[in-house]
Design a protein around this ligand. Structure first.
Ligand SMILES: Cc1ncc(COP(=O)(O)O)c(C=O)c1O
Length: 459
């Protein structure tokens, strides 16, 4: 994923990026690869060091302004530096400080508000990241069922724990070859061998799920998925798919785990569970739940969460439920509770305006493309040809979309003042700061970018 695909040539310094280049070179002497997440510094990223941010805009070290369509990979649902969040944190600093290390008062109302948004959650615990929530979900499912296997869906990412981290962007041929031997590829070097207990099935494929459950009868602890696939681009569940997954999993004696780290509080206040009317046994939340401070949630059915109450499943964390994160989350959750209807209507309207505008821009330029969005998460794919359908699975994206041309477009967009992630498996995220005027400015800047792209087919 980090390497540039064939056909991507990184341009030399174009526009003003000398300071970003200099800072990245300096950073690389002390921070591995120059930033603390590989996804920020892929080999095909143009140099970009950000100094300042406000609303929908970031300013880089060279003084360029860019409209940000990445929004911290999803959490910044109210934009960068929203007063709602910064004021709450400032108040908390003068009140409880940054860390207590005790049972506290602020967590209680946040938990109650999250339960009100997600009726399937009887009890929950706070974590600091989605990865920790995922790790705990797997432990709960295994301890509750006394089984070990996890049925996961191709292209889904559930954090980088050894339990779930497989090479989720592996070539389909490699996935198939390993599946013949009952294996999946490890997500990273240094794992304790390949994850042994993962069975992979394609998203939106009920037959494959049925076959996987039958082949592993009596051994599946959980069927776990992103209910809207957000790590293969944005792929909506087919009508009835999520309900079928839940029924089939429960019939097989397995728990249904929804990873709503992206979808929770983004595609509706109650995430995919509200939007599609399906309930999970366990739910993972993070990202938009707190508007940009570190917070994760693992919650679910009382009988499953009781394992934590009884101490059968351990969960801790010095920073779990820290007052800094929880005070921000409280402000954000109160805002969702009070004004959710208008917030989600505005997000939906901006996302539709952007999707329609992108489609007409690309159609006008004669570029085959597919734009898909579910609420305030969106994908722009450059297609290999005009016949490409809207993808229903990770495999569809790999088969029909041209990553190289998307990267070339991203480079031109960045030089024209719009940042979206150059990996076509990463969604664009719309925030309340992306007003209709900002969306129109994005489209205007992109129309300039389109003219600069080398549109010869890539790969
Ligand atoms: C669907 C999903 N689950 C889990 C995670 C892991 O969250 P974190 O990076 O906070 O550990 C991510 C992160 O992007 C995610 O997209």
């Amino acid at each position: 994923m980090a390497e540039a695909p064939a056909g991507v040539e990184l341009p030399g310094a174009i526009g003003r990026d000398a300071e970003s280049r200099r800072l990245l070179a300096r950073a690389s002497a002390s921070i591995a690869k120059g930033a603390s997440s590989t996804m920020r510094v892929l080999d095909y990223h143009l140099p970009l060091v950000v100094e300042r941010a406000e609303g929908a805009v970031v300013w880089d070290a060279d003084g360029n302004d860019l409209i940000d369509m990445n929004m911290g990979y999803g959490p910044l649902i109210f934009g960068h530096r929203p007063r709602l969040v910064t004021d709450a944190i400032a108040r908390e600093l003068g009140n409880r400080g940054t860390l207590l290390g005790f049972a506290d008062t602020v967590s209680i109302e946040v938990a109650e508000l999250i339960k009100a948004a997600f009726p399937s959650i009887d009890l929950l615990r706070f974590t600091s990241t989605g990865t920790e929530a995922s790790q705990t979900a797997v432990r709960l499912a295994r301890a509750f069922t006394g089984r070990s296997k996890l049925v996961l869906f191709e292209g889904c990412y559930h954090g980088s724990t050894d339990g779930t981290f497989h090479r989720y962007h592996a070539a389909p041929a490699d996935i198939d070859a390993l599946a013949e031997r009952g294996e999946v590829a490890p997500g990273t070097g240094g794992m304790n061998g390949a994850p042994r207990d993962i069975v992979l099935v394609p998203f939106n494929d009920i037959e494959a799920l049925g076959a996987a459950l039958a082949a592993n009868r009596g051994n599946v602890a959980a069927v776990m998925l992103e209910p809207v696939l957000g790590n293969a681009g944005v792929i909506a569940p087919d009508p009835g798919f999520l309900a079928a997954v839940a029924t089939m999993a429960r019939n097989a004696g397995a728990l249904v785990v929804f990873d709503e780290v992206i979808t929770g509080f983004r595609i509706a206040r109650g995430g995919a569970q509200e939007r599609y009317g399906v309930e999970a046994d366990l739910t993972m939340l993070s990202k938009a739940a707190s508007g940009g401070v570190p917070l994760g949630v693992i919650g679910g059915r009382a009988d499953v969460m009781k394992l934590m109450v009884d101490g059968v499943v351990f969960h801790g964390g010095v920073y779990s439920g820290n007052p800094l994160s929880l005070s921000a989350a409280l402000a954000v959750q109160r805002e969702f509770a009070a004004n959710g209807a208008s917030i989600y209507a505005r997000l939906e309207a901006s996302a539709s305006r952007l999707a329609d505008g992108l489609r007409s821009l690309l159609r006008g330029a004669g570029i085959p493309a597919v734009v898909s969005h579910v609420g305030a998460m969106l994908s722009l794919w450059i297609a290999r040809d005009d016949a490409a359908p809207v993808p229903r699975s990770y495999r569809d994206v790999v088969r029909t979309m041209d990553h190289t041309r998307l990267i070339r477009l991203q480079h031109a967009a960045q030089r024209n003042g719009v940042y979206f992630h150059p990996n076509h498996f990463e969604p664009w995220y719309i925030s309340t700061a992306h007003t209709p005027e900002i969306v129109d400015r994005v489209l205007d800047r992109l129309s300039g970018a389109l003219r600069e792209v080398d549109w010869r087919p890539g790969g």
